[in-house]
Design a binder for this molecule. Structure first.
Ligand code: AMP
Ligand code: ZN
Length: 140
């Protein structure tokens, strides 16, 4: 038998969660280990393991809910910005194997509300143009 899925248990109501949105397809609830004030997770109710596995309609529905909640975080929590994060695979830090989008409100210069700090500052080191072109050709 496959392992019980924590997020399926949340969908079923067998595990507690602080829900902020629910519709036929999608559930959004607060992350229990928030990296910032308002950090929440958006999931399809129907189990899918990761980005590769989730049906397009569920992913699209989750993306729209994530957008709405990101806007709400700015309007109601005074977030200065929002990061959306999706981790697929252990190498990408996925720990719960029920696909989810993280909505992470960001608060500039406020470490009490935003513990992400500078960890995700994009690097501004130019890449090798040939390598970029080669990879683009493989992805196109
Ligand atoms: P990831 O590393 O992208 O798989 O993220 C999994 C997230 O799920 C982490 O941020 C956890 O804090 C969060 N999480 C795990 N269990 C629960 C739970 N029972 N309720 C809410 N969030 C959870
Ligand atoms: Zn699940």
């Amino acid at each position: 038998m496959s392992e019980p899925c924590v997020f399926c248990s949340i969908v079923a109501g067998d595990l507690p969660s602080r829900r902020v949105h629910e519709d036929d397809r999608v559930l959004a609830f607060m992350d229990i280990n928030p990296i910032s004030d308002g950090h929440l997770l958006v999931i399809p109710k129907s189990h899918a393991r990761d980005l590769h596995d989730v049906p397009a309609e569920d992913l699209a529905a989750c993306a729209l809910v994530a957008q709405q909640l990101a806007t709400r975080a700015v309007d109601r929590l005074d977030a200065d910005g929002v990061n959306l994060l999706q981790c697929s695979g252990e190498a990408a830090f996925q720990t719960v194997f029920h696909v989810h989008l993280h909505v992470i409100p960001r608060y500039a210069g406020d470490p009490a509300r935003d513990r992400l700090g500078q960890q995700w500052t994009p690097v501004h080191t130019p890449g090798d143009p040939e390598r970029i072109a080669e990879v683009a050709a493989r992805l196109a």
